[in-house]
Design a protein around this ligand. Structure first.
Ligand code: GLV
Ligand code: MN
Ligand code: MN
Length: 397
């Protein structure tokens, strides 16, 4: 019998700290997760390879055979994240193959498990970087020039040849269907009447904007209040304006990251950089929200005599998952609930190119991107069984 708790326990300590998981893309911890994946895959007789964009693939059957059914997710986490966001999809994929074997099912199509690189975009700023590169949804020259918070360029951090970054049409064309299993990042499945596994319908459009505020650094004790050009004030106003603009539209806006220069208690800052994460149910609402915030911030900057500039770091259009695949999977799973999400996924990137679906596993806390993220062993086992059913239907019939 596929044993979720013991396989999970063998991965869980990697990158764990009292404040949550720290599995930056290509960090020691994330590399250790990929090594774990390689060993687990090879122990199951799968062939393992890493593509030119840093995504790791494990294959049952002929990797180049075409019309493959691919499943998987990512190992990287946000700083201080939960343990399930990403890895649950990869662990469940390995176990689902064990279930197929136990059932005596033989795939008639190649089956792949993928660990995508830098899904969270926590290190290099662009969400779903590995899948975007694969699909040709980001300029490879832009990706090659990305630097992490310490200034390390992506190719160096990842050990990748910059000329090998970019679209991989042959690999993409070989994928007949992609299914990502993921922890639910909300409480829809936990709500009455509840269900351990759901099927995704859509992902809200969302994006990230870097906001650079500049002013004049000066002495906190001697600079008259009227004489200041304090970028922290413009920044503080921005946080409140974004919150209000989102509330007015039933949308989401978050400023979760900020960096202050020079970051001294007794000095007016010279510069503040902050990142706005904005999401909405449709693109025109998202655009309206961001335009509104940026216009208000520009007005405020004029009053503060500061300057502000905004740069889009990544933008993801609305994803509607393949209706046929969604309905087929929901029926196969006995009428599983179908739900949208505000969270981004590699499946959202793949969905623009190949028939794609997602399974969500119930999260009793609803928390994600924080240590409180959770799932019971029983629900994770139900997720494995559901994924095994889906792989049987898509790859073995
Ligand atoms: C990724 O999980 C995101 O939604 O930002
Ligand atoms: Mn995430
Ligand atoms: Mn994820």
């Amino acid at each position: 019998m596929a044993d979720f708790p013991s396989l999970w326990a063998s991965l869980a300590p990697i990158g764990r700290s009292p404040g949550g998981y720290y599995r930056w893309a290509w960090s020691d911890a994330e590399r250790a997760c990929r090594l774990w994946f390689t060993e687990q895959a090879q122990a199951r007789g799968l062939s393992v390879e890493t593509d030119g964009n840093g995504n790791t693939w494990a294959w049952l059957g002929d990797a180049g055979g075409g019309n493959a059914v691919v499943t998987g997710s990512h190992f990287d986490s946000v700083p201080g994240g939960g343990g399930f966001d990403g890895p649950l999809g990869i662990v469940s994929a390995l176990l689902a193959l064990d279930v197929l074997k136990e059932r005596g099912e033989t795939p008639v199509r190649p089956v792949g498990i993928v660990a995508f690189a830098e899904e969270e975009g926590s290190r290099f700023g662009v969400a779903c970087l590995g899948s975007r590169l694969l699909c040709g949804d980001i300029d490879p020259a832009r990706a090659a020039a990305l630097r992490d918070r310490d200034g390390v360029p992506l190719p160096e951090a990842a050990g990748l040849d910059p000329t090998g970054l970019g679209p991989d049409p042959k690999r993409l064309a070989g994928i007949g269907a992609f299914v990502e299993l993921h922890i639910e990042q909300g409480r829809a499945l936990a709500a009455d009447p509840g269900a351990p596994v759901g099927v995704a319908s859509a992902i809200w459009p969302h994006g990230r904007w870097r906001l650079d505020f500049t002013g004049a650094g000066d002495h906190a004790g001697t600079t008259r209040m009227a004489d200041r050009r304090d970028p922290m004030l413009t920044f503080a106003y921005t946080v409140l304006a974004a919150n209000k603009a989102a509330r007015l539209r039933d949308a989401h806006a978050t400023v979760g990251r900020v960096s202050v220069s020079p970051n001294a208690t007794n000095a007016i800052p010279a510069a503040v950089t902050a990142w706005l994460d904005a999401r909405a149910a449709d693109r025109s609402t998202l655009d309206g929200l961001v335009d509104d915030v940026l216009a208000k911030v520009a007005e405020r900057a004029a009053r503060d005599r500061t300057a502000v500039s905004a740069t889009v770091e990544s933008l993801s259009p609305e994803t509607t998952f393949d209706h046929g695949l969604r309905d087929r999977i929901a029926a196969l799973l006995g009428g599983a609930p179908v739900l949208p999400t505000g969270a981004g996924h590699d499946a959202g990137v793949l969905a623009a190119h190949v028939p794609t679906a997602m399974l969500f596993v119930r999260n009793p806390t609803g928390v994600s991107h924080a240590p409180g993220e959770s799932a019971t062993d029983e629900d994770c086992a139900a997720g494995v069984a559901a994924l095994a059913d889906v792989l049987t239907e898509l790859a073995c019939r």
